[in-house]
Design a protein around this ligand. Structure first.
Ligand code: SF4
Length: 88
């Protein structure tokens, strides 16, 4: 096993069991984090519900996408104008 570096603790570098939260199916997965940030994901081979779909494989991109909604939004103009305002 690799020794911890200055940038990543040993625990952060290890794969951890988790539930994929990208959709409501909640598949059993293992995730790898670096500096507290999700960097990779794979099926949990030790569980019967361990699987991952193509969307789940892209979980790190989805979670940190700059286009992801971060706040509840309310439409403030006519439909189709794509004008929204943050409501909290
Ligand atoms: S792996 Fe796919 S199906 Fe399973 S919870 Fe994630 S997004 Fe949903």
């Amino acid at each position: 096993m690799p020794a911890p570096s200055n940038h990543t603790s040993f625990q952060d570098a290890a794969w951890q069991k988790a539930i994929c939260g990208i959709c409501p199916a909640g598949c059993w997965v293992e995730v790898k984090k670096e500096n507290g940030r999700l960097v990779d994901i794979r099926p949990d081979a030790g569980h019967p519900l361990g699987m991952i779909c193509r969307r789940g494989e892209h979980a790190p991109e989805i979670v940190y996408s700059e286009h992801r909604l971060k706040y509840p939004m309310k439409r403030k103009g006519p439909k189709g104008t794509h004008a929204f305002e943050r409501i909290s």
